[in-house]
Design a binder for this molecule. Structure first.
Ligand code: MN
Length: 403
């Protein structure tokens, strides 16, 4: 009887998420992101990022891999009772002892806010070289461990590692059996980042067609960025009906990284007509979140990185500066405040025009008459290549003729 009640609750939650059409953000910055060479995070750093992710509205947090690291256990223990809104999940191999380690690490978190995420290689490459197991053996491992996990957890995700290079028939069999054994989410990881949006969509359609019990599980996608397509692939799968998207802040992760949470969220925010899916991310938290992750991981945000990069609200070009001063929409896809960034930065340099120079001189309380502005623009053009004219240099150039 008890089992049937739990089963009914599980089913109701899944049905609710599916009917709502919501895109659920599952963040894996603290796990896949931290796997990036050199991006080690201390347990306190992880807690701080988890708080920021909670404030940003993520649905679930891939909090770590308890069986692999004592530090991950410590980080998860710090989150218990503190991180309340997102579901906390722990990564496990498809072995019972990993599930036990996750159970201990997540002890004390309410049942509906804790889960496990089990993975097992399914592609021919993984079966042959890594696991040395047949398809039948892999299936047995999956069903045994998922069955065991679902006795201890209400939320059980299963990801066939290297799914995008797995035979579609076998892949779908793994999903069907995992769901039959209690998986509440099935993941589709493009582990080595080889897919294009069109091929990703083909996979999602095949899974939806062939996994006959998919009404009992959410479908999650996980893309790597080896071809620079992780975000595009994620969006294509959202369009096709994926329920959960796994992302990392700043796109940090293995090799070329993962799908950037902030980019996926902004694409959804800017194109509600296209996706017609609700999501809970508070976009005004994104730029501060990107900065925090960069600071704590030590992985700098590239200047041109969408959403979080230093250049995305900065320009030196005269025509763009003039346009931005007249109306910010002229040369921006969205305003800085939409993502909680500092503001538009008009960088003064050799490409700048009179408008921006006058604007800055006036803001600094300096002579901004036409004559003074023209003189300063001329002096800026004589500066060495690549010079960025900061306020100090501008003051010197503005007062050069008078002192
Ligand atoms: Mn990954």
């Amino acid at each position: 009887m008890h089992d049937r009640v739990i089963e009914t609750v599980r089913h109701a939650v899944i049905t609710h998420h599916k009917r709502s059409g919501a895109v659920l953000f599952s963040d894996t910055t603290l796990r896949d992101g931290e796997q990036m060479p050199g991006a080690t995070l201390e347990p306190d750093d992880k807690l701080q990022i988890a708080r920021a992710l909670e404030a940003a509205g993520v649905h679930s947090l891939d909090a770590g891999f308890p069986a692999s690291s004592e530090q991950d256990i410590q980080a998860i223990r710090k989150m218990i009772g503190v991180i309340r809104k997102p579901v906390l999940t722990a990564l496990c191999r498809t072995v019972r002892s990993d599930v036990d380690a996750a159970d201990r690490a997540l002890d004390g978190n309410p049942d509906h806010k804790r889960g496990v995420s089990l993975f097992c290689g399914t592609s021919p490459l993984h079966r042959r070289y890594k696991l040395e197991k047949s398809q039948a053996e892999v299936l047995n491992i999956i069903t045994d461990s998922i069955g065991y996990a679902s006795e201890k957890f209400r939320i059980v995700a299963f990801s066939p590692e290297d799914a995008s290079r797995t035979e579609i028939d076998f892949l779908c069999r793994c999903y069907v059996e995992a769901i039959d054994c209690g998986a509440t989410t099935i993941g589709f990881p493009d582990t080595v980042g080889v897919l294009t949006p069109e091929k990703a969509v083909d996979f999602i359609r095949a899974i939806q067609d062939r996994v006959h019990n998919l009404d009992r599980a959410l479908l999650a996608v996980h893309f790597h960025n080896d071809l620079g397509l992780a975000v595009a692939n994620t969006l294509a799968c959202i369009r096709e009906g994926a329920n959960v998207v796994q992302c990392t802040v700043n796109g940090i992760g293995e090799r070329a990284g993962n799908a950037s949470l902030e980019e996926v969220a902004m694409a959804l925010a800017l194109h509600p007509d296209q996706y017609q899916r609700s999501f809970r991310i508070d976009t005004t938290q994104l730029a501060p979140l990107c900065r925090l992750v960069a600071e704590l991981t030590g992985v700098m945000i590239p200047r041109m990185k969408p959403v979080g990069g230093a250049n995305v609200f900065a320009t030196e070009a005269g025509i763009h500066q003039d346009g931005l001063l007249k109306h910010p929409d002229t040369y921006l896809p969205f305003h800085p405040e939409t993502v909680g960034a500092d503001g538009i930065r008009l960088v003064l340099g050799r490409h700048s025009g009179r408008r921006a120079v006058a604007h800055r001189l006036e803001a600094m309380g300096l002579d901004s008459s036409d004559k003074a502005v023209l003189a300063v623009v001329e002096r800026i053009k004589q500066q060495p290549k690549g010079t960025v004219v900061d306020d100090e240099l501008l003051r010197r150039l503005a007062t050069a003729g008078t002192s």
